[in-house]
Design a protein around this ligand. Structure first.
Ligand code: INI
Length: 154
């Protein structure tokens, strides 16, 4: 039996992070978590590029462009979509999820879904460095691991 698994070593891996500015109180905490994770797993600061966009709806386009670029091995998408009193949330969250998945499949590179989709600000805060951890950190871990899997598969 042959098993392929990614190792959690970010040395030599080039990352782009796309961050939606909307709900920036949450997003900036996710970004801190992601950068901390990359740093602690050996990524070089020069190998991390952060790109800010207005909101989660804009993430897929920019993530797709970055993923198509030879300069990056993995793209980490971060943001927070929080339900309001209208159906707007559904449109933004669905397009972000679908678009990020497309960017990954079209590029053949990891494009990681680190966008929170929450009913309340409290739920988002819990996932941005308080009692439910930091989903930015988790997204960065997924990027490190998947980048290595993709490299090994070739
Ligand atoms: N963008 C978010 O990232 N999170 C949200 O919660 C949100 N809500 O609820 O409106 C949101 N809207 C903006 C959207 O992403 C676009 O920036 C905007 O529609 C312009 O295209």
């Amino acid at each position: 039996m042959k098993t392929i698994e990614g190792v959690l070593d970010a040395r030599g891996v080039r990352f782009a992070i796309v961050l939606g500015r909307f709900n920036s109180l949450i997003g900036e905490r996710l970004l801190e978590g992601a950068i901390d994770c990359l740093d602690r797993h050996g990524a070089d600061a020069d190998a991390i590029t952060v790109v800010r966009v207005p909101g989660a709806f804009e993430i897929p386009l920019v993530a797709a462009r970055l993923a198509a670029h030879e300069q990056y091995d993995a793209v980490i998408c971060l943001g927070a979509v929080i339900r309001g009193s209208t159906p707007h949330f559904e449109y933004v969250a669905n397009e972000a999820a679908k678009g990020i998945a497309h960017a990954a499949l079209n590029s053949g590179k990891p494009v990681i879904f680190g966008v929170l989709t929450c009913d309340t600000i409290e739920q988002a805060l819990e996932r941005a460095g308080t009692k439910a951890g930091n989903k930015g950190w988790d997204a960065a871990m997924a990027a490190i691991e998947t980048a290595d899997v993709v490299k090994k598969i070739g």
